[in-house]
Design a protein around this ligand. Structure first.
Ligand SMILES: Cc1cc2nc3c(=O)[nH]c(=O)nc-3n(C[C@H](O)[C@H](O)[C@H](O)COP(=O)(O)O)c2cc1C
Length: 206
């Protein structure tokens, strides 16, 4: 494959999306969308999130050091799109119907319509050039009761049906490719063929 260099301005960073829930000073729940999100592990699972500029969500997190991360499944994509394109500093986000409850572990709003939710406590904040990077300890996970008994190490992505964000478009999950560690079943034959071709062109030292 011949590669070419491109400027690292936009990046192709497809990933699941989360609605971030916080509590405003007047105890009103607020939701927005953050996609600069990753996961990390240090004794317990952690979530890493970058929020840029001035946002109500950032103000709330800097004050309360907590938030919820609500997975966006395909069926709630337009609710998410609304939360992510409306600024709470300009108006209360009450144009469309949604339901919430407060968390079981932390006082963060949990979106009823989300099937997989993290309750997160911020443990480190790194101030960047206008953006803030938050590292948060996942204190509790709330999942849809319909998922009771699922294999948590082999979750069928199609069951959660997360929307995938590939800037600046929303996609749905495609087919399952296979399981972790199954490489031998899939590439051994191809590798042997590759070795034959390789030895024809370059000779072999065996
Ligand atoms: C698909 C999508 C992804 C977004 N990802 C981020 C992000 O990763 N970081 C960020 O700071 N803002 C992101 N935003 C923008 C915020 O969601 C937006 O500024 C929102 O209005 C902030 O809400 P708030 O005023 O309630 O804090 C995203 C918006 C959309 C629609």
């Amino acid at each position: 494959m011949i590669k070419m260099d491109i400027m690292p301005g936009c990046v192709f960073s497809p990933q699941p999306m989360y609605i971030i829930g916080t509590k405003s000073e007047d105890e009103v729940p607020n939701f927005c969308v953050i996609t600069w999100i990753g996961f990390s592990f240090d004794e317990t699972p952690h979530l890493m999130m970058t929020i840029g500029g001035s946002k109500q969500t950032k103000t709330n997190i800097l004050r309360d050091k907590m938030f919820s991360a609500n997975l966006i499944s395909e069926d709630i994509i337009w609710l998410a799109d609304y939360f992510g394109t409306t600024k709470a500093e300009e108006k209360l986000k009450n144009d469309i119907q949604f339901d919430y409850k407060w968390g079981n572990n932390l006082k963060v709003p949990i979106l009823e319509q989300s099937n997989w939710v993290y309750e997160c406590e911020v443990t480190k904040i790194i101030e960047l050039d206008g953006s803030h990077l938050f590292l948060a300890d996942i204190k509790n996970i709330q999942i849809d009761k319909n998922f009771e008994g699922i294999d948590l190490e082999m979750i069928d992505l199609k069951m959660l049906n997360p929307a995938i964000y590939a800037p600046y478009n929303y996609f749905s999950v495609g087919d399952r490719i296979g399981g972790c560690g199954e490489w031998k079943n899939h590439i051994m034959k191809d590798n042997q063929e590759h070795e034959i071709k390789f030895s024809k062109v370059y000779g072999t030292n065996k």
